[in-house]
Design a protein around this ligand. Structure first.
Ligand code: GAL
Length: 395
């Protein structure tokens, strides 16, 4: 073969590989992370948003108990994830991470056994740097193999891997080391990258992890929640079964937003195929929080097997239409009034990828009422900061 022929051949292979990688419409992409898990976004709970560093084993056990007794587990929430502050500041003489004896006296293995006995999974947290963000425990940089083996030996199912106190090298160099270590650990561990979207992780993390934060930390208010949703939206085309964009954990139930704002937060996270990680105290949540978090129609959109991230498809000032395809030719649609007053929002079929002649049944996922034989457009009068969410099925 001539040099030109060889060059053309290589170019062809590169282009076809790029095309395969972009072919995300619900089929497993090539180049996805090799652990084969996370085929739908993870659902569970994480300690950080509500408790920050105030965690101890009794709280985690009680949270696992509440996950089951409230019915959250029955609708799909399964991970109980420890965030920062679970370990001693120093490693032991062999370089192992040590659970903090004042707060986790029984150790993490015993905690994992307890969580598993409830039919749930246990997640843990570390950092691709010398210390975690709280500065109260060591990071895993330079200890990746050892720490991954420790996590596997304890029965850990999920690792959130943060980015504080790194040595200034790119996350593209540091995160693959832990990814490989987890694959070699002998246990299937979901890998959640948390480099805050700094180096556009959607473009490189699908090969090494199951989800990647696209944003800085969420705060329990409208401004923070909406800006996280928008930043995450930019990366929609990179999400697929096995690898998800992560706009940070849920604040639903923490008290800083209105019910309608929390309903929109949950609806948009579900449509965006975001990890649904509850961030409130589920031992003491009120009925409204519970009913938002357990809307099985909304959860079904998030967990739909097609795995295509819905996105913002129309914006008229603060009046927005978000939509995405679901399995069996259905569409999920959110009409979201981000303006300060009540308004009428409309999604035309052309906005949401339907043919102008299509006739649909529109199921309202929050009122549970179905409008039949809808043509051309879907309209609704919606309060300030509230949303409506539908699944459209072709007639
Ligand atoms: C941040 C991270 C948060 C939380 C916190 C713990 O970097 O984004 O989600 O994990 O560290 O210190």
């Amino acid at each position: 073969m001539t040099v030109v022929g060889l060059g053309l051949c290589i170019l062809f292979l590169l282009l076809s590989d790029a095309a395969a990688t972009r072919q995300v419409k619900g089929e497993l992409r090539r180049n996805l992370f090799a652990n084969g898990i996370g085929l739908t976004p993870p659902m569970g709970w994480n300690s950080w948003n509500h408790f920050q560093c105030n965690i101890e084993e009794k709280l985690i056990r009680e949270t696992a108990d509440a996950m089951v007794s409230t019915g959250l587990a029955a609708v799909g929430y399964q991970y109980i994830n420890l965030d920062d502050c679970w370990a001693e500041l120093n490693r032991d003489s062999k370089g192992n991470l040590v659970p903090k004896s004042s707060t986790f006296p029984s150790g993490i293995k015993a905690l994992a056994d307890y969580v598993h006995s409830k039919g749930l999974k246990l997640g843990i947290y570390s950092d691709a740097g010398t210390q975690t963000c709280s500065k109260t425990m060591p990071g895993s940089l330079g200890h990746e193999e050892q720490d991954a083996k420790t996590f596997a030996s304890w029965g850990i199912d999920y690792l959130k891997y943060d980015n504080c106190y790194n040595t200034g090298t790119s996350p593209k160099e540091r995160y693959p080391v832990m990814s490989k270590a987890l694959l070699n650990s002998g246990r299937l561990i979901y890998f959640s990258l948390c480099e805050w979207g700094q180096e556009d992780p959607a473009t490189w993390a699908p090969k090494i992890g199951n989800s990647w934060r696209t944003t800085g930390d969420i705060v329990d208010n409208w401004e923070s929640m909406t800006s996280r949703a928008d930043e995450n939206d930019k990366w929609a085309s990179y999400a697929a079964p096995g690898g998800w964009n992560d706009p940070d954990m849920l604040e639903v139930g923490n008290g800083g937003m209105t019910i309608e704002e929390y309903r929109a937060h949950f609806s948009i996270w579900a449509l965006s195929k975001a990890p649904l990680l509850i961030g409130c105290d589920i031992r003491a949540m009120d009925n409204i929080t519970f009913s938002l978090l357990t809307n099985t129609d909304v959860i079904a959109v998030n967990q739909d097997k097609l795995g295509v991230q819905g996105k913002k498809v129309k914006k008229d000032g603060d009046l927005e239409v978000w939509a995405g395809p679901l399995s069996n030719n259905r569409k999920a649609v959110v009409l979201w009034n981000r303006s300060p007053s009540t308004a009428t929002l409309t999604a035309y079929w052309s906005d949401i990828g339907l043919n102008p002649t299509n006739v649909v049944n529109a199921h309202d996922l929050w009122t549970h009422w179905t409008q039949s034989a809808v043509k051309e457009k879907l309209s609704a009068k919606i309060e300030s900061h509230a949303c409506k969410m539908y699944v459209l099925t072709l007639q």
